[in-house]
Design a protein around this ligand. Sequence first.
Ligand code: HEM
Length: 468
Amino acid sequence: MDVPLPLLLGSLAVSVAVWYLVARHRGGGEAGTTKKAKARPLPPGPWAWPVLGNLPQLGAARDVRAGETVGPLFRLQFGRRWWRWGRQLQQPAAQLRRRARGQLPGPRVRALRRQVRCALCALHLFSGKALARAPTVGRRVFAAADGGEAGAREFKEMVVELMQLAGVFNVGDFVPALAWLDPQGVVGKMKRLHRRYDAMMDGIIREREKAAGDGGRDLLGVMLARMRDQQPLADGEDGCINETDIKALLLNLFTAGTDTTSSTVEWAMAELIRHPDVLAKAQGELDAVVGRGRLVSESDLPRLTYLAAVIKETFRLHPSTPLSLPRVAAEDCEVEGYRVPRGTTLLVNVWAIARDPAAWGEDALEFRPARFLPGGAHAAVDVKGGDFELIPFGAGRRICAGLSWGLRVVTLMTATLVHALDWELPEGVAADKVDMEEAYGLTLQRAVPLMVRTKPRLLPAAYAYAAE
Ligand code: HEM
């Protein structure tokens, strides 16, 4: 049925106005706020428009330096939702899970997450044993039989699209009256993307079932066996892991582990190319530890102190998940004397915290790996969640499940690129003019890809060994 546009817009305007009046009357949707908690003020925030809240300011998201003018804890309001942003707004994050799977975690999902994180991943994916046997038991997901390169390229495009969509500020999430219109087409695109992922995961699972008996000790083999044997999720729990759970977990691991690591390596190389003195020192260390006759290997990493400092400094200035992942306040609480109502979406701006001169000194914005070297001002600071001024992997019980793996992969990839190649900028581009603009999305990508020229710097035998 065709509804005339003026009528449609008229009814929309009326519904928005009615909804707004009702929302104001109810106190902005802060259901469950106790009298005592209400006595405390809400955190300060920039002035908000009626109905739209701070939505119009998001166009210039990077310029909303509210943390500098309003204070380290501040709120943004969109429709009926309140958002608190730690220190400084950098990008909006999206309710990824809700969009992708159409639900927020209930008790079953929480039990599953515990089981998967503690029992399955810890034992069969991230343990020293699992990592050591990965090359022999696991297999390349995009082997020639699956379409090889083309399959890998398609997967990469899907990850990039997912991260971009997840970073889009979806108006429908915050102005429920507009959700059915899907004005930016975000939900439609997410659903199409979800179907593509589903088909890919189906292929991986079917192939593994066909090859029964082969590689049963890796994470996927273990999960499929648990599903087949109907093992309960946890003691006293009725539910068992099912195929949708397995697909969701694979999707989670594939997406959480790819974009984050590759973008960190790209930022590391960009910083090194901008700082030829740092690059030369890192190459000098690699030459001294590894020599030029072979490629660097994982067992060399503990002796590469300077390279470790380069990686920490890259994580500090370019954390791949700049606002970490959103949390929702399960109950009313108080932070620094301010009231945080139940249901508030909370974001910690790890990007801004790691650039705060109060924690890092006057040279906070400069790339200075030496600060992490023995004797440096931040020698004792690590990225593993114990030092809150540097938390690129998050902190606490929901810290990145793949921390040690991610750290190893980023360090080894950067070490290999630094050691095996000499790096030059295209003619006419000065090192201090390399574009360091950040793109918009859930993860922190470069806005402009890094363009460089490389040439080999090791003895020919080292590359022959790599090609074997
Ligand atoms: C440079 C590498 C990486 C960085 C910077 C990174 C960062 C993060 C961050 C900030 C979170 C959110 C933590 C929080 O909510 O407080 C996270 C969660 C997660 N990461 Fe990573 N990550 C990296 C690599 C990986 C890898 C290689 C994997 C696995 C293959 C992985 C798997 C996960 C998973 C499963 C979660 C969700 C944990 C949960 O919600 O319980 N990550 N990561």
